[in-house]
Design a protein around this ligand. Structure first.
Ligand code: NAD
Length: 458
């Protein structure tokens, strides 16, 4: 049974995998090209920012060591996970440049090994990358043959930043793309010791697994956009309420309730780019993937569309506060964040924009400079705002009191994208409360709907 593993690339995913694997009894060698990451892990600290990772690594440091040497790692472990960046290129495809560099170093190390070793890629790649882009590098630099001297798998993870430890240790299933039966069996023996929840494995060809990974993420983005479309519709139906509709259709087993809460666009380091990449490969192969193109454009234009929608509440030159700049609560990541895009769109239409986020202030400040100010406290952010947009369902915002919004003002408009604010704010006479996804003007909605049946529009 494999007990010695290595993790190559100690970032948000790989760094967390190293800690989790050690916590499940594996001896782990971590490798990175960054001295800082290597030093951190050797000192028993997290090499990348992730909730709970410092503690996890600290507790298990007797089973983890780290090095700059791929050779050291390959010679002293039986299976290696490779989790290096695969950034999107200008075509929307994933570059395998970093992975190629790592595979060259692994290949050179395999040349010096006299026993079987399994290489497992966990980075997100497009179909064909592992077999046609990376395997030839391993064989060239090792002088060895895959399937005989070493094994190869593709094993992506489905984790969300902020809950990577929980997600990694409790996956719904393992997606295993295997070069051959032996490679898959080696990986399965490790995965079965890692999971806290006896997660099943789906074993398949490497290409099917490469496709399944981005297909799954892209499907979730479609679901999110569908919920956002429903929210928009509900605002126009008398008494319309997207939560009522989503709760109902989410009861259907074919649909399910998760990711069906209409509110705001999806963002972050995975969802948007996975969907774009799937469209890229589809087009390249001649498949009809326009659905993904439409979804991407629907999501990318959600912030400017909200600025249009909110125009009745916004006076040119007035001050707007945006609470929530990261792509989700409890995150410092602003990559592809709808909140950031909203700030830029609001500033572009002549409004004074102030933003606030409990964790993402530094990143947001860099992204918004010259367009919007980032406040270091909620109080400063809300002080002069005539209109406040709550774009993430963060506990810090749910705990706000009416006075926090009103201050010395006569009135304030509060737009609640996730319908998460308490009753005291919804009902306050000095607050015009605007929940996204609910109809707030039944009279107009009735008129419009009635017109359809009254003969005028029939
Ligand atoms: N972060 C996520 O939420 C997430 C989720 C699923 C999949 N992924 C995928 O996992 C991969 C890694 O993502 P991440 O967020 O951990 O990236 P990251 O940028 O946080 O970390 C990557 C690490 O790899 C190191 N590295 C680069 N080249 C190397 C080499 N040749 N040898 C050793 N180390 C090297 C870097 O120094 C860095 O520490 C990507 O393909 C990403 O798409 C990430």
């Amino acid at each position: 049974m494999i007990k010695n593993v290595s993790v190559i690339g100690l970032g948000k995913l790989g760094g967390t995998m190293a800690g989790c694997l050690a916590s499940r009894g594996f001896n782990v060698v971590g490798v990175d090209v960054s001295q800082k990451a290597v030093d951190a892990l050797n000192a028993g600290r997290a090499p990348a920012q992730e909730t709970g990772l410092d503690e996890l690594i600290g507790k298990n440091k007797q089973r983890i060591r780290s090095t700059l040497s791929h050779e050291d790692a390959i010679l002293n472990s039986d299976l290696s996970f490779v989790s290096v960046p695969t950034p999107s290129d200008e075509r929307g495809a994933f570059s395998i440049q970093y992975a190629a560099y790592a595979f060259e170093a692994i290949g050179k190390a395999l040349a010096k090994r006299d026993s079987y070793h399994t290489v497992v890629l966990t980075s997100t790649v497009l179909p064909g990358s592992t077999r046609y882009g990376l395997l030839p590098i391993l064989e060239k630099f090792s002088g060895k043959t895959c399937g005989k001297d070493f094994g190869l798998c593709y094993n992506p993870e489905f984790i969300a930043l902020g809950t990577v430890i929980r997600d990694y240790l409790n996956p719904d299933f393992y997606l295993v793309g295997e070069f051959d039966e032996r490679s898959g069996a080696a990986l399965e023996s490790v995965n079965s010791q890692v999971a806290l929840n006896k997660a099943p494995s789906k074993r398949m060809s490497i290409e099917n697994a490469e496709l399944a990974k981005i297909a799954l993420n892209s499907y979730v983005t479609l679901k999110i956009s569908y919920a956002n479309m429903l929210a928009d519709l509900c605002e126009r139906i008398p008494g319309g309420d997207v939560d009522v509709v989503s709760d109902a259709i989410g009861m259907d087993k074919r649909i399910g309730r998760r990711y069906l809460t209409g509110g705001f666009g999806y963002g972050g380091p995975c969802f948007p780019r996975d969907s774009v990449a799937l469209n890229f490969i589809g087009k390249h192969l001649g498949a009809s993937t326009q659905l993904l193109e439409v979804n991407d454009s629907y999501n990318r234009t959600i912030s400017p569309r909200f600025v249009e929608k909110l125009k009745p509440y916004l006076r040119k030159g007035s001050t707007v506060a945006v609470l929530g700049l990261a792509y989700k609560p409890l995150s410092h990541v602003i990559e592809e964040s709808a909140g950031i895009y909203l700030c830029l769109a609001l500033a572009g239409s002549g409004l004074r924009v102030l933003g606030y986020d409990p964790l993402a202030a530094d990143e947001a400040h860099r992204a918004l400079q010259f367009h919007a100010l980032v406040s270091d406290s909620i109080a400063t952010c809300l002080q002069d705002a005539e209109c406040v947009l709550v774009t993430t369902p963060d506990d810090a915002y749910k705990a706000l009191k009416p006075e926090d919004f009103i201050g010395n003002k006569q009135s304030v408009t509060v737009v609640d994208f996730w319908r998460c604010l308490p009753e005291s704010i919804r009902q306050h006479p000095k607050i015009l409360y605007v929940p996204i996804g609910r109809c707030i003007d039944d009279a107009t909605a009735v008129k419009k709907l009635e017109g359809l049946w009254s003969g005028d529009e029939m």
